[in-house]
Design a protein around this ligand. Structure first.
Ligand code: ADP
Ligand code: MG
Length: 334
């Protein structure tokens, strides 16, 4: 069974960035306003994320890494909202099967922080011979998750990584996406041992400031705000997209559906089509879009490694969004 778990986990978490995405979502879900990411060797040696959110109850630590039995699933309503996000209590469990996982956490009510180590879904001792029970330590409110030696027990996967720099770039890209989307949350990301942050966004920064800091003024100065919604298809969208004065060689699409960063080839195609009549040949836009869709209409049954998402009335929804962008582009153009 551990072999099966290991294989399943290795399909959900294919690269360090996939672990990071899950850890960011958990930290944001916990109501954090500050998120610090530390990376060693492209996340393969270590990936650590420290938040100031609600923390985890000591009593929940024992089952934290057991599949599908997370503390969050306490009411029936929660089940449908969890289903939206695709993983349903599998992230930490998966990570514990392919890495050494350490969790240090403190709730507001607790007088101490608790530290627990995990392996293969279960509490594990920090060192052989020690107790596996969570240990009381000093700490601030919030949670720190440390993932070490990712794929230490999956040598074929570990050998597939070409460079730490590539993995770090993917991490910075993903952290940057969430840093733009999660207003009210401060983000930092740095390599272990380096003095300066590669990414640093203040909690109070506006969305335009966030885009400016991550993608530069050239983009930020040419943004138009767009909104679209239609009750018939159960969605609303808002975002910031570049106008007809701006273009780059490749489309940058930051797409969030129900606050999860996803990919959608059909959406990208539709948007490129819309822009093609406003931009010179070979020119492409920067697009940040956040969609909220009735969770019952989002298909979560796609393979986790394909991050591609589908939802009901996709074509109709794309049409409404593209129409709204077209109207704005035409205004600025005139
Ligand atoms: P899911 O997020 O789908 O429930 P995860 O394995 O990602 O599954 O997380 C399991 C549970 O652990 C979460 O539901 C949450 O209760 C708790 N948890 C994980 N990370 C954090 C965090 N940073 N702060 C507070 N609680 C957390
Ligand atoms: Mg999660």
């Amino acid at each position: 069974p551990d072999v099966v778990n290991k294989i399943a986990a290795g399909e959900i978490i294919v690269a360090p960035v996939h672990a990071l995405k899950e850890l960011i979502e958990n930290a944001v879900d916990a109501g954090s306003t500050s998120l610090e990411i530390l990376v060693k060797d492209g996340g393969l040696k270590m990936l650590q994320i420290t938040d100031n959110g609600g923390g985890i109850e000591k009593d929940d630590l024992e089952i934290l890494c057991v599949r599908h039995t997370t503390s969050k699933i306490s009411t029936f309503e929660d089940l449908s909202s969890i289903a939206t996000y695709g993983f349903r209590g599998e992230a930490l469990a998966s990570i514990s099967h392919i890495a050494h996982l350490t969790v240090t956490t403190k709730t507001k009510e607790s007088s101490v922080a608790w530290r627990a180590h995990y392996l293969d879904g279960k509490l594990a001792p920090a060192k052989p011979g020690q107790s596996a029970e969570p240990k009381a330590v000093a700490g601030r409110q919030g949670t720190q998750i440390t993932v070490e030696d990712l794929f230490f027990n999956v040598p074929t996967r570990r050998r597939a990584f070409r460079s730490y720099a590539d993995e770090f770039n993917k991490i910075i890209d993903m952290a940057g996406r969430y840093a733009i989307h999660c207003r009210g949350v401060g983000f930092t990301c740095k390599k272990a041992g380096e003095a300066t942050n590669t990414l640093s966004i203040q909690a109070q920064a506006t969305v335009i400031d966030r885009i400016r800091q991550i993608h530069g003024s050239n983009v930020a100065n040419e943004l138009i705000e767009i909104t679209a919604s239609d009750d018939r298809w159960g969605f609303s969208a808002n975002g910031h997209v570049t106008n007809a004065n701006y273009h780059i060689k490749k489309t940058t699409l930051l797409l969030f559906i129900n606050h999860r960063c996803v990919e959608s080839t059909s959406m990208k195609k539709a948007l490129e089509q819309t822009y093609s009549s406003f931009l010179p040949k070979g020119g492409h836009p920067f697009i940040y879009l956040s969609l909220e869709i009735d969770p019952a209409r989002v298909d979560v049954n796609v393979h986790p490694t394909k991050r591609e998402v589908h939802f009901l009335n996709e074509e109709e929804i794309l049409q409404v969004i593209c129409k709204s962008i077209e109207t704005e582009l035409a205004k600025v153009d005139a």
